[in-house]
Design a binder for this molecule. Structure first.
Ligand code: ATP
Length: 316
């Protein structure tokens, strides 16, 4: 089976317990929950049985070990996760507002996550990889951008493929070199996985069909647009495939996009039809939102297969 690799931030997430609680006064917290978009992605792929490894850095602290143990237990390749003495694992403190929005206090750049590099172990991992997945969230410094470039180049040199989820946070857009880096990543991308509005960051067209056409003309073979509870739409030269989302009670949306992407990429690498890959990915995305904590709802293959057998789908 093909091996996929991702590089980027490992974090823990700590949440305000009550909706609307905020962080301007002391209040009850829950967590730490293992998190970080690349860690969520790799853990979901591993739980689906896909060989998967992560290039990352954590501190020599409980938060770092919590993540490493979770990934190890699920069968991910953790050989390229560096444990740094003297640096703390990244954190995200999250508060949920009454209107359903989320606010984050991050410590990523100044944490161990900012110390990611291509060392001996990362080089060895990339030498065994067939696919590299790039996450927009991970392109937060010149160093992390260099790691993504190195990953892409190593995997492409071996005849492998690249996928890209441009989940960029707005405050990142001013980072020097980011726009050039995004254009480089896009020029090497085979499979593009934006969620709704992210499709338009890179397109001149203002309608979905037009924007997708531009992406396919750039040489991207497959575009999958994630649409939250409504599911997802797949485009390639053969046409368009719509797959409705599954009906679930949403408890915590963090991580749904990463679980969806991991499942879709895993089944795309297995040569599954768009219908099959979308159904599994929608199933993983839906199950992800049913639990509090970004990695608590990540499903094993048998569980997602059982879920999609019986679950109800909504309107696409
Ligand atoms: P995030 O950045 O929060 O991880 P995203 O914006 O990248 O997510 P979404 O489109 O929100 O991605 O969600 C990804 C997929 O997860 C959807 O395409 C769908 O399959 C599933 N999903 C998300 N929210 C729900 C929901 N409320 N009910 C059912 N499925 C959902």
């Amino acid at each position: 089976m093909k091996k996929l690799v991702c590089a980027g931030e490992i974090l823990v997430e700590i949440m305000a317990e009550r909706i609307g609680q905020g962080f301007l006064a002391p209040g009850p917290l829950v967590g730490p929950f293992p998190s970080g978009a690349p860690a969520i992605f790799i853990d979901q792929a591993a739980r689906l049985g896909q060989p998967a490894g992560l290039i990352a850095a954590v501190g020599d602290d409980d938060f770092g070990h919590l993540n490493i143990e979770r990934l190890r237990a699920d069968g991910a390749d953790i050989s390229a996760i560096k444990v740094h003495r003297g640096a703390a694992t990244g954190t995200a403190f999250v508060t949920y507002e009454t209107d359903g929005s989320r606010h984050f206090v991050y410590n990523i750049k100044q944490s161990a996550a900012g110390l990611i590099e291509i060392g001996t172990e990362a080089r060895a991992l990339l030498a065994s990889a067939d696919h590299f997945h790039v996450m927009g969230t991970s392109l937060f410094s010149p160093e992390t951008i260099a790691v993504a470039r190195a990953g892409i180049e190593a995997v492409k040199a071996r005849g492998g493929t690249v996928s890209f989820d441009p989940n960029i946070r707005e405050e990142m857009l001013d980072l020097p070199g980011l726009r050039e880096a995004l254009h480089f990543v896009l020029s090497k991308t085979d499979l593009f996985l934006p969620s709704g509005p992210e499709l338009f960051i890179f397109a001149k067209a203002t309608d979905e069909e037009g924007a997708v056409r531009e992406m396919l003309q750039r040489g991207i073979s497959t575009v999958v647009v994630k649409k939250g509870g409504q599911g997802a739409v797949h485009f390639d030269r053969a046409g368009r495939t719509v797959s409705p989302g599954f009906v679930v009670d949403e408890i915590d949306p963090t991580g749904a996009g990463d679980c969806f992407a991991a499942a879709f990429v895993s089944f795309w690498l297995r040569g599954a039809t768009p219908e099959k890959a979308l159904r599994i990915a929608n199933g993983c995305g839906a199950l992800a939102v049913t639990k509090k904590g970004p990695m608590e709802g990540i499903a094993f293959l048998a569980a997602v297969e059982a879920f999609i057998e019986t679950a109800e789908t909504g309107e696409a």
